[in-house]
Design a protein around this ligand. Structure first.
Ligand code: SAM
Length: 280
């Protein structure tokens, strides 16, 4: 693996902060990530933010097909060249913003396995997108800034539990894979990174519109997380009246003095069922 600093220098480029470009520079770390992911050989992998190919190349040597999505057009010719030098023929490169792609348009014959050393500035948005389109995804291995990884894994009841924890814990069985230190990247970030595995679950009891309501309720409850539920949800983006919120909380047997950060996923589901029931 050629060091990303050298590849950038040869092309007269620099790493862009606005695109979260901290490239993996340690081939041992890339290998470890792929080994830990244990992706089967017949998998079709979607890589988000392929950069200069640190994960793309070893992945393509292991699995049947890789679809690599990269937003930065400056990197595409370099990526093509390193792929050609290795003689790899099983990689499709898509020059696009992952947030503008429909996952179902990438499908071949089976569900995707997603992998990504994610651009940190949009990693929450990417995770929400994958959750919303998880029908087409078997599992994902995603690298986050460590603090965000901790929040995603956090149980209800603490300061770390957030909208992203509730939504992702509803949609997936999440497990910790590894922490990666700053020295594995170029340029080195100031923070540690965490890799999490998401095994996506399809909801058995909520249809698409019920699930959308659940996500809206979670978003609205966390919109003013310091406030009690009756105050955070009343008048917010869902434009519920306070009386309506109190009625829904009563039906779901949830104390209106509680805050969003204390509600389990099951309680959010009960609350959204109650809202649906009294909306008629
Ligand atoms: N996978 C490479 C690696 O591990 O060395 C690069 C990882 S770097 C942290 C994130 C990559 O995502 C960069 O190549 C960046 O250009 C790309 N990126 C940023 N925003 C993106 C977006 N919206 N859609 C697709 N790729 C994006």
């Amino acid at each position: 693996m050629t060091h990303p600093g050298q590849l950038l220098k040869q092309a007269g480029l620099y790493a862009g902060k606005e695109l979260g470009q901290n490239f993996l520079s340690n081939p041992g770390t890339a290998k470890m990530i792929i080994e830990k992911a244990g992706i089967s050989e017949d998998a079709h992998v979607l890589e988000i933010g392929s950069g200069l190919g640190a994960l793309t190349l070893p992945l393509a040597k292991k699995v049947s097909h890789v679809t690599a999505v990269e937003k930065d057009g400056r990197l595409i010719p370099i990526l093509r060249e390193v792929i050609d030098n290795e003689g790899l023929k099983n990689i499709d490169i898509i020059h696009q913003d992952i947030l503008k792609i429909q996952i179902k348009d990438l499908l071949k014959d089976k569900k995707l396995v997603v992998i990504g050393n994610l651009p940190y500035n949009i990693s929450s948005q990417i995770l929400i997108k994958l959750v919303e389109e998880r029908k087409y995804i078997e599992k994902a291995f995603l690298m986050f800034q460590k603090e965000l990884g901790t929040r995603i894994l956090a149980p209800p009841g603490g300061r770390e539990y957030s909208r992203l924890s509730a939504v992702s814990q509803y949609a997936a069985k999440i497990s910790f894979v590894a922490d990666i230190g700053p020295s594995s990247f170029f340029p080195s970030p100031d923070v540690y990174s965490t890799i999490l595995q998401f095994k996506f679950i399809q909801s058995e009891d909520l249809d698409e519109s019920q699930e959308k309501l659940l996500f809206d309720v979670i978003k609205s409850a966390f919109s003013k997380r310091r406030k009690t539920l009756k105050n955070s949800m009343a008048g917010g983006e869902l434009e519920y009246k306070k009386e309506f919120v109190l009625q829904a909380l009563a039906l779901a047997t949830i104390d209106p003095q509680r805050r969003a950060e204390t509600l389990s996923v099951e309680e959010f589901k009960a609350l959204s069922r109650a809202i649906r029931a009294i909306s008629g």
